[in-house]
Design a protein around this ligand. Structure first.
Ligand code: SF4
Length: 326
């Protein structure tokens, strides 16, 4: 059976599959964001794609059958498709991470605990060059933890964007914002931007987001829409931290009204964060319901989640894109 929105919602909700690593192609281990440090692969079926973590304990099992990969649930076929190779982190983009460490300590993110590498500009340029040589690079995305200060990361991203313009592909940047990060990145040549609110529930934000206040990010998002325009500004909105669907809907609309496209992201707990937060991975029903709600709101404000060229919206690995998956 080919994947559809309901099957994809179920796969996201479970998030992991038991698969023989020998069946997987070229893999990169993500070094930023909630999935950092885990082994995962991209599964493509029909017009849908999903990124799944490799986990022997998953209720889903994947096997090879007739040249395809079949995902089984309770021994029965749930969906069949193929494995898509990555360029860097995702299939059609070079998605690079500048600093694999962070001075903040948001409880849902493993990066501060990983204390990873800070890549030099030369190293990052070499990575993109290699990805480009594979011939499938449709976009470049840049992200980062905060090594010293948000200003320093923006400065590095600006320098990098200027050097990456020669590839003539859209460049998206997702960093912690600063007062003038949107202007600086736009002038450098970035085409899309993502500043993550993480959650819009103030109480949950105060409990788990150990970075500067949410209102600052919101101000920066507003400013970003003025500079980058409609359909070019995004934010991750995590669900599963204890927020109500009504809260998600209310604030999803607030963001959309500002011209920002929120990405509804199912919470995941990295092993390094076990015990630090109380979460409930959203069910497939909840994910589908929220995606439908998102589509209605985006349509109301004339926003198109299918128009994005970089980062998570065109990748669709971790979320239901309301205009691609529904
Ligand atoms: S959806 Fe975003 S976080 Fe997930 S694999 Fe794609 S680019 Fe990475």
């Amino acid at each position: 059976m080919e994947m559809n929105a309901a099957i994809k919602a179920e796969l996201i909700s479970i998030g992991a599959v038991d698969i023989d690593p020998l069946l997987l192609g070229r893999l990169t281990i993500p070094t930023a964001g909630p999935g950092a440090g885990g082994k995962a692969f991209f599964f493509r079926s029909g017009r849908h794609r999903v990124r799944l973590i490799v986990d022997e304990g998953s209720p889903l099992r994947a096997v090879k059958d007739n040249g395809e990969i079949v995902i089984l649930k309770g021994g029965k076929e749930l969906v069949r498709g193929t494995i898509e190779e990555e360029l860097i982190h995702c299939p059609e983009q070079a998605y690079i991470t500048m600093s694999e460490r962070c001075i903040y300590d948001c409880k849902f993110c493993p990066v501060p605990k990983l204390k990873g590498k800070v890549k030099s500009t030369e190293e990052l340029l070499a990575l993109v060059k290699e990805a480009h040589s594979l011939g499938r690079m449709k976009g470049i995305s840049i992200t980062s933890g905060v090594e010293i200060s948000p200003e320093k990361e923006v400065e590095r991203a600006v320098e990098l964007v200027k050097k990456l313009k020669k590839y003539n592909v859209p460049i998206g940047v997702s960093v912690y914002p600063t007062k003038d990060s949107s202007r600086l990145l736009k002038e450098a040549g970035a085409t899309e931007i993502k500043y993550n609110v993480e959650t819009m529930d103030r109480e949950i934000y105060d409990k788990y987001c150990k970075k500067p206040p949410l209102d600052f990010t919101l101000e920066c998002l507003k400013d970003a829409v003025k500079i980058f325009g409609k359909n070019h500004v995004y934010t991750n909105f995590i669900v599963g931290l204890g927020e109500a669907d009504e809260t998600v809907e209310k604030y999803y609309e607030e963001l959309a009204e500002m011209g920002v496209i929120p990405i509804i992201r199912a919470v995941g707990v990295h092993p390094l964060r076990f015990g630090e937060l109380d979460v409930e991975r959203p069910t497939k029903e909840r994910l589908l319901k929220l995606a439908k709600m998102a589509k209605k709101i985006l349509d109301k404000y004339g926003l198109d989640a299918g128009a994005a060229k970089t980062m998570c919206l065109p990748c669709t690995g971790c979320d239901l894109n309301p205009h691609i998956d529904l």
